[in-house]
Design a protein around this ligand. Structure first.
Ligand code: NDP
Length: 293
């Protein structure tokens, strides 16, 4: 395991699904010696042809290199894969999507087995991996020392954004951003349903929708500033009361277009609750606090 000064750091990668395969190809293309393992061995063949060393077991792959990157389906598959591996002295970087609590527990579990731990949440889809201009990156949290130690190698497939020593923070950032994305998907799905039965070409409608979503996206900065200051009432341009007054327009239009309001209804219910529990002159920005239990 001694490293030649001119050689790129060696990487072990557990998991060759869609994401793992993309990561593997990026490291191979950049000249990193790579040892791979996958539960279903057939998936390793194309990477072996591209220069990867294939381990017969996860334990063997872990034994091969200090840096062990894990990209499996879920937390349970990490348990299963690492059951027989000796982790002593290893640097585990877990890119498997988990909850923050699972990431924190995995950090403790790893350190209890004599290894160091860094958690990651991937903000990219496989075609963005190895394509720097695509803008993909991974949130990292946990050992800052480990992050700095492997930063150059970890930056090869996609960018890196370190968000703190708390091992759960990468997963929390990941889930938070994806939750916002699902809200956007919900709104776009409803919008397309509204025009679905009309003589409106969805491909002509899509650029209008995309531009509108992009124009509205910077509103998150105002939300953040108001949440930090606690002032939701100064310089309000679209008050909660005004927006609640508009709800019947959206519900009636949905009804008249034969569209279920089920995706928008929870948002409208929260806005109405805001009117009774907060203040109608406020911005919508105060609603985040209403969601806290
Ligand atoms: P895939 O479904 O393509 O691959 C899953 C991988 O996990 C395979 O290598 C599979 O092995 C392995 N696996 C599943 N169960 C077990 C188990 N019990 N024991 C051992 N290995 C197991 O998923 P992806 O590669 O796309 O995703 C991997 C991780 O990356 C996930 O956590 C996902 O959330 C995350 N991610 C994926 C993105 C994407 O767009 N694909 C985007 C961002 C994050 P086998 O081949 O034997 O089935």
């Amino acid at each position: 395991m001694t490293q030649n000064l001119f050689e790129k750091p060696a990487v072990t990668l557990l998991g060759l699904g869609a994401m793992g395969t993309a990561l593997a190809r990026a490291w191979l293309a950049a000249g990193h010696p790579l040892t791979v393992w996958n539960r279903t061995p057939a998936r390793t063949a194309p990477l072996a042809a591209e220069g990867a060393r294939v381990a017969d077991s996860a334990a063997e792959a872990v034994a091969a290199n200090t840096l062990v990157v894990i990209c499996l389906l879920d937390d349970a598959s990490v348990d299963e894969a690492l059951a027989d591996a000796d982790l002593t002295g290893r640097d585990l970087v877990n890119l498997t999507t988990t909850t923050p609590a699972q990431a924190r527990a995995r950090a403790e579990w790893t350190e209890g087995r004599g290894a160091r731990y860094l958690d990651g949440g991937i903000m990219a889809v496989p075609p963005m991996v190895g394509v720097p201009e695509a803008g993909g990156y991974v949130f990292y949290s946990g050992s800052r020392h480990l992050f700095e130690r492997h930063r150059t190698t970890l930056t090869v497939p996609v960018g890196t954004t370190y968000v703190g020593e708390d091992a759960g923070f990468a997963a929390l950032h990941d889930v938070a951003l994806l939750s916002a994305m699902y809200g956007m998907f919900a709104g776009a799905t409803h919008a397309f349903a509204l025009i679905r039965e009309e003589d409106i070409d969805p491909t002509a409608f899509a650029p209008l929708l995309a531009d509108w979503l992009v124009a509205m996206a910077p509103s998150v900065h105002l939300t953040a500033a108001r949440l930090r200051s606690g002032d939701h009432s100064g310089d309000v341009v679209s008050s909660l009361a005004m927006q609640v007054a508009g709800i019947p327009t959206f519900v009636t239009t949905a009804e008249q277009q034969g569209v279920s309001p089920e995706l928008l209804a929870p948002c409208f219910a929260l806005m109405r609750r805001g009117l009774t529990e907060r203040n109608g002159e406020e911005d919508l920005t105060g609603l985040a606090d209403l969601l806290l239990r």
